[in-house]
Design a protein around this ligand. Structure first.
Ligand code: SF4
Length: 326
């Protein structure tokens, strides 16, 4: 380890003041402490925000749901409102990590967790995300688990979060608080694709803090769920995943929200799939035809060509499960 300072704050003013001075926020610490042990991250100053009052799940006036940034993954997954209104969120959380980690890790930390690319965590390897300009060892290296969508010549790492895929599908909004006040960022704009700057991962300004994620109200009835495909049944990251929410009324799909994980450099929204579904009647043929569009624009690497077909099949299967047609 290396020397660093540690401050525990009890209100947001204190937190923002410390953040403005360059402090690094920490709450559950389940990602950051690991990275510090491996010296991938070397913050000089940690600001422990786990005592801030951001641990509430509540319905919004518009009928949506606001999940505080410090709500633990396990708490969010078990919350009656989350379970009832958005099963896709509960399922994505329950399929993440271990029970011990879900009891510690927070919703804010989860959506900001860093990639599991092994080269990123190996400080002897070239990695533009860890050390800008050094290269990307994954491009010519072992890239079976890497992204096929949203990649650049600088980085092909996937975003590892499951619940972020559910938030992307549902078109959530991220609430931020910073030195210049509050602002809200659509989830689609919060996590950044790598481009030429893979070390920039979120649309956060200096000193800003995630305070909540808000899921909008969606028409009812809404059926939703999350499917995760991985090498082993637990404690593993997604090779592919699908978050699906469907509003079906009068036998016709009126709204469709679909996103995938494990395949994109950010949680990958699938608007072409959604458009194919809306206005149609559920059927096995419809699910297959819609899922065909899931991998549009994919750029597979040497070892992950299988993900293109796996992604389509994952989306098709979850459409079938949520849509209820065999
Ligand atoms: Fe680093 Fe991204 Fe390349 Fe992995 S894929 S080595 S995180 S630049």
């Amino acid at each position: 380890m290396f020397p660093f300072s540690y401050t525990r704050v009890s209100d947001t003013d204190e937190a923002l003041d410390a953040g403005r001075r360059g402090g690094r926020y920490i709450a559950g610490g389940t990602t950051l402490v690991d990275l510090m042990r491996e010296t991938v991250e070397r913050p000089e100053s940690l600001v422990d925000i786990s005592g801030l009052p951001l641990r509430e799940v509540r319905a919004t006036e518009g009928g949506g749901l606001r999940i505080g940034a410090l709500v633990r993954m396990a708490e969010a997954a078990a919350h009656p409102k989350v379970r009832t209104l958005y099963p896709v969120i509960s399922e994505s959380l329950e399929l993440s990590a271990s029970a011990q980690l879900r009891n510690m890790a927070t919703i804010g930390g989860n959506i900001m967790q860093r990639t599991r690319c092994t080269y990123f965590r190996d400080v002897t390897a070239d990695c533009n995300k860890r050390e800008p300009g050094s290269g990307c060892a994954a491009l010519e290296g072992h890239n079976r688990t890497h992204a096929i969508l949203g990649t650049s010549d600088a980085c092909v790492a996937t975003h590892p979060s499951d619940v972020a895929v559910a938030f992307a599908a549902l078109e959530a909004t991220v609430h931020l608080l910073g030195p210049d006040g509050e602002r809200r960022v659509p989830f689609a704009d919060f996590l950044l694709r790598p481009g030429n700057t893979p070390h920039r991962e979120q649309a956060l300004r200096k000193g800003e803090l995630v305070t909540a994620v808000e899921v909008p109200a969606l028409p009812r009835p809404l059926k939703s769920g999350y499917l995760k495909v991985r090498d082993r049944q637990s404690y593993e990251f997604a090779l592919t995943s699908a978050a699906v929410a469907l509003h079906i009324r009068g036998g016709v799909i009126r709204e469709a929200k679909v996103a995938s994980g494990g395949v994109g450099t950010v949680p990958w929204k699938l608007p072409a799939v959604e458009r194919h579904l809306v206005g149609e009647r559920p059927s096995a043929a419809l699910w297959t035809a819609a899922a065909e569009k899931a991998a549009d624009g994919a750029r597979p690497l040497k070892h992950n060509r299988f993900k293109t077909e796996l992604l389509k099949r994952t989306v098709e299967r979850q459409l079938r499960v949520v849509g209820g047609t065999k």
